[in-house]
Design a protein around this ligand. Sequence first.
Ligand code: SF4
Length: 322
Amino acid sequence: MAILPIFVPQAACPHQCVFCNQRTISGEKRTGLAGVLRQIHTWLPRLHRTAANEAAFYGGSFTGLPLGEQARYLAPVEALLKARVIGKIRLSTRPDYIDETRLLFLRQHQVTLVELGAQSLDDRVLQLAGRGHTAAQVTRAVQLLRQYHFQVGLQFMVGLPGQDWNSLRATAARAVQLHPDIARIYPLLVIKDTPLAKMYAQGRYQPLSLEVAVAQAAFLYEQLTGAGIKVIRVGLQPDAELCQPGNILAGPFHPSMGELVQGYLRQQQVAAILRRQKYVPADQVLLRFPKRLESQMRGQHNVNVKLWRELVAPATLILERF
Ligand code: SF4
């Protein structure tokens, strides 16, 4: 399966979310139909024709565009669907741009999955982030999407202004109740030319450390996946434009955030087991794991192994890959 990504940066956004500079995140400077066609033509030669391929509109409030404009953007991917080059069309939008008229339109244009930027389900956090919608609107949008038989995706952030552990726990609990088909988790970064960059420069926003961002993303990941929700991405794609010097001003950026989160979860799972035992110097604790999990098991710079060694001391910890 491959994704044919089409960015429509900040298209039809009625608000400026404090953290958002989609042109920097996506690297896409051209907008309108010309931008859509250029991206399709760039990606098309790399796609092997299969129904598992998906065209995906990202980076704006797609359903906020006038219906005629949505139709013009969708037409070339509908043609690819008809030619069986792709098998699915998905798009991202805002929760307050979901209603019956728009959903009937999307069904006619063969969209099957709609991702909503929820970011948080705490109204105070949403307000501080300048989102311009409430948690109740997220709930209503998810209900409508279900009613019209769409698959639903929800995007969440950790590290938003005013978001503490309690807020995150409450968001996780509500997200589990909403039960989207897929979810994404993004630790918040301070990107240049955003209101957040100004808040950061004025000392009004402090980003999460990498350590705390990993712990919070891991918590959300565990809650969602534990409820059977598929988390398809953790952390922003480290593309060339985003990683240009000067674009990320601060915040817990790591090119392999997903791997860090998996490593943290392994660390906690094994540590919980090791803590239940009492060890003596003669003990040997054997930890066996599949070779493919080695980097997750060790964690960044062997941090997991160091912690586990401390937990089993004075016994010896032996690692065995199979
Ligand atoms: S709605 Fe989405 S694309 Fe638009 S400003 Fe907010 S985060 Fe950016």
